[in-house]
Design a protein around this ligand. Structure first.
Ligand SMILES: Nc1nc2c(ncn2[C@@H]2O[C@H](COP(=O)(O)OP(=O)(O)OP(=O)(O)O)[C@@H](O)[C@H]2O)c(=O)[nH]1
Length: 399
């Protein structure tokens, strides 16, 4: 390749890498968007650009050292991408595994005699390490993205990582079987391989595109969570309720797996606000929400239905089981009180239950549970009532 042409390639590569570094740094520092991940992505771009610059700047006399440091810089860039993604998706970080992998790679490279005859082994070791880091990143990401989208989309968005991993494996194997292709498959022998330079540029662009895609997915997920969560208690809000109800109802229609609803209202809550202030009222709501959440299974759904009213969906739960859960929550609430300054605020709940029945819509069931809760209020509060759809009779259970 012409010298001037190679310089343009390198300049183009550095331009992309530096732009991405600046973009990630602005994300992290200015907009505070996933700062832990974004800083790592910015550093990953710096490492990769530095590595490629070192590949191209080396001179024959010190090429071995330059090459070694360049490889390690690029590999560190890949590891930083992996760590950034783990922060982005709140996964367990793999610092120890990755650092041991990088150290083993460095050790193996240092064991290779410093001569161009053996240079091919450096490229093979580097390629295998890169393939492991990139493929693991792709797999981790696909697993994490699956929570926010369909499995096929999660794999699709991370395909570039898997392709990159495969390309590094192919390069390692090709060099193993035909070491004489070293000049064409790596930037080892000055910049005489346009294919290598183009692949660097495409890989850099692809990696950053996938990372932006992942960051965006995470951002959309966070925003949708904010839309569906109640700020005070951290429970789901009414907005999230209907989707969940439809899901549980569809399951019942399909599998006959009955579900029940509980509507729970804090008794005389206005008095708490009036006596101790709104802050105390908020503390009572948080405490109640926390206690109820701890009484439920993972598959149950709890949301703040109104000011001091909560709604629980109990999938795969018949009437008797729903009464059991309601009594459990009632006794937990009755047995504790909220400490507010020097006061102990006792709480009780009025609870209404309703269990799904044929020919009853989701809205009607919600209404039944709500009416059952008002029956409990009228029955003297701190009570559990059930409203049956057919004869509108109700049973009550006073604590
Ligand atoms: N502190 C606080 N109070 C709230 C919040 N949302 C609603 N409230 C208050 O909750 C009170 C509800 O009062 P009421 O509807 O009269 O009900 P209650 O006093 O619990 O009486 P019963 O339900 O009949 O036992 C109102 O004073 C609302 O202002 C909130 O987020 N925080």
């Amino acid at each position: 390749m012409e010298h001037s042409q190679s310089i343009i390639f390198v300049q183009f590569f550095c331009l992309i890498g530096t732009s991405c570094t600046i973009a990630w740094a602005i994300y992290a520092g200015v907009f505070k968007i996933a700062p832990n991940a974004s800083w790592r992505f910015a550093l990953a771009n710096i490492c990769t650009v530095s590595g490629v610059l070192l590949y191209t700047q080396r001179t024959d006399s010190i090429s071995y050292l330059y090459w070694f440091i360049a490889d390690m810089a690029v590999l560190l860039g890949f590891a930083l991408v992996r760590w950034g993604c783990q922060h982005l998706f709140k996964q367990t970080t793999s610092y120890l595994f990755d650092l041991v992998l990088l150290a083993s790679c460095a050790l193996l490279m240092l064991l290779v005699p410093p001569s161009l005859d053996y240079a091919v082994y450096l490229v093979i070791v580097m390629s295998i390490t890169a393939a492991i880091l990139i493929s693991l990143t792709g797999l981790d990401n696909a697993k994490a993205s699956k929570k926010h989208m369909s499995m096929s989309n999660a794999i699709l968005i991370n395909v570039p990582f898997l392709i990159m991993g495969a390309l590094f494996v192919i390069r390692a194997m090709a060099l193993f079987y035909s070491p004489e292709d070293l000049a064409n498959l790596s930037a080892a022998d000055k910049l005489n391989s346009p294919m290598v330079m183009w692949s660097y540029i495409i890989l850099l662009l692809l990696t950053n595109l996938v990372l932006y895609g992942n960051a965006l997915t995470r951002l959309v997920f966070k925003v949708s969570r904010l839309v569906n969560k109640d700020h005070l208690t951290g429970l789901w809000n009414r907005h999230a309720l209907l989707d969940k109800l439809d899901e549980v109802d569809a399951l019942w229609q399909r599998n006959g797996s009955a579900y029940s609803l509980l509507v729970l209202d804090v008794d005389h809550f206005k008095q708490v606000n009036d006596t101790y202030g709104h802050m105390a009222g908020d503390a009572v709501l948080k405490h109640t929400a926390m206690l109820m959440q701890h009484s439920l299974r993972k598959i149950d759904f709890i949301c703040r239905y109104g000011g001091e009213e909560f709604l629980i969906i109990l999938p795969s739960t018949n009437h008797e089981e729903a009464m059991f859960v309601a009594k459990k929550i009632q006794s937990q609430i009755n047995n504790t009180s909220v400490k507010w300054k020097h006061h102990e605020i006792a709480i009780t709940l009025s609870i209404g239950t309703a269990t799904c029945k044929n020919h009853i819509s989701v809205e009607q069931l919600l209404q039944l549970a709500d009416e059952a809760m008002y029956l409990a209020k009228n029955a003297g509060r701190n009570t559990i009532c059930t409203k049956e759809p057919e004869n509108l009779e109700f049973n009550s259970s006073k604590h």
